[in-house]
Design a protein around this ligand. Structure first.
Ligand code: PHB
Length: 395
């Protein structure tokens, strides 16, 4: 038998519900139940390690808070998005409609992100992007409920061109997977390289996630540029680095890239990766107490070395924690939640960063070189670099 008090509480809730438009179970969950966090990440395919590192980093940040968010317990949900753009909307809908998540954390692949973006804009669910750099997410299709904790696709390469010209490489070939991430990375590279006086002699590409590089490497050998710049990531990046060396190009034509090329792949790529110079918003060797502690704790927890993806996942957790604390766990208090996240300074292993008006990190970009299986920082390629936020009504 329900007690009189419970009946009263329930009817009060029902009346409140009628006003707010929420159904009773939703209202109860929104205020007191567990926070429902959904990971939509690649757990299979060429980006599978990236998905795992992001989830690890996120969980680590939450575990540092005793496993809670704004005082509330968390229930996790997971969907493997397979880096498959055609299933993006369906997969995001599973988390939002079926699992009723309060927060969707995802994803890695720019094409899949476009599906999430649509679902996030249509449903209003809070979406935290822990990797995918697709410009539209924080430009023309930006939204109050979407925050990115990683980078925009042209951010890392915007710092690359000038560094290459400064090192004496005036003629370059660009090579990438042909999809949004590669094309937009090229945009940043082209702008910075040509502005510094460099010439791009050829743009080469292959469809994602194809790894048949041989014909393109033969073409590079024939073109004899001063250097090669590229965007590849995950398993495909490891193979590209190995194939580049096997084709006899290593030591003859220096290889550069946005730093994803050498993230999480240094064991798999082996000696072929030594000496590759990249630009990125993180470096393993950042000599700060924050980074050192992060790296030690990560290795202890997961028995593997963290990379930029782990940092991005961790920072996604940090951002959400700041927001949730500001509203004491009531993630339904959206204006206050978003305001706190917009104003947050993230004390990241990469260095402190802030949110741009379009919800993309304003951050330093480091110049790095692979030395003894580590991305060593050798300079700052750009200070407090922001994305243009072009076309974003909030910016
Ligand atoms: C992307 O598709 O946006 C993407 C994927 C992997 C990366 C970086 C960007 O490492």
């Amino acid at each position: 038998m329900p007690t009189r008090r419970l009946v009263l509480t329930r009817s009060a809730a029902v009346m409140g519900t009628a006003c707010s438009g929420l159904l009773l179970p939703e209202l109860v969950r929104a205020q007191s139940g567990k926070v429902r966090v959904g990971f939509m990440l690649p757990y299979t395919g060429t980006f599978s390690q990236l998905g795992v590192a992001i989830e690890n980093g996120f969980r680590m940040a939450i575990n540092e808070q005793g496993g809670k968010l704004g005082g509330r317990e968390i229930e996790y949900f997971k969907v493997d998005d397979e880096s498959e753009p055609s299933k993006g909307i369906e997969n995001a809908s599973k988390l939002v409609q079926r699992d009723k998540v309060d927060v969707l954390v995802g994803t890695v692949h720019s094409g899949v992100q476009m599906g999430i973006q649509k679902v996030a804009r249509d449903s209003g669910v809070l979406c935290l992007i822990p990797n995918a750099g697709v410009h539209a997410a924080t430009r023309a299709l930006c939204a109050p409920n979407v925050f990115r904790t990683s980078f925009s696709n042209s951010q890392p390469t915007r710092a690359l061109g000038q560094a290459m010209v400064a090192r004496g490489h005036k003629k370059a070939v660009w090579i990438t997977w042909k999809y949004a991430a590669g094309d937009e990375a090229f945009e940043g590279f082209k702008e910075s390289y040509t502005a510094a006086g460099g010439t791009i002699v050829k743009e080469l590409g292959l469809p994602f996630p194809n790894v048949e590089f041989q014909a393109l490497l033969t073409e590079i050998a024939a073109l004899k540029p001063d250097a090669v710049a590229c965007f590849f990531a995950g398993g495909g990046a490891a193979k590209f680095i190995r194939d580049y060396a096997a084709a006899g190009l290593k030591g003859k034509i220096p290889l550069y890239g946005s730093g994803f090329l050498t993230e999480g792949v240094l064991d798999a790529a082996g000696p072929a990766a030594e000496g590759i110079v990249t630009t990125m918003h993180y470096s393993d060797s950042l000599d700060t107490p924050r980074n050192k502690k992060f790296r030690l704790d990560y290795v202890k927890a997961f028995r593997s070395q963290p990379d930029v993806y782990a940092v991005q996942g961790y920072d996604t957790g940090l951002l959400l924690i700041q927001g949730a604390n500001a509203v004491k766990g009531d993630l339904g208090a959206k204006p206050a939640l978003y305001k706190a996240m917009e104003g947050a300074t993230i004390d990241s292993p990469r260095g402190k960063w802030t949110m741009s008006k379009a919800h993309n990190p304003v951050q330093d970009i480091y110049l790095r070189v692979v030395e003894n299986k580590e991305n060593k920082v050798i300079g700052i390629a750009a200070k407090a670099l922001s994305d243009s936020g072009l076309g974003c009504k909030m910016a």
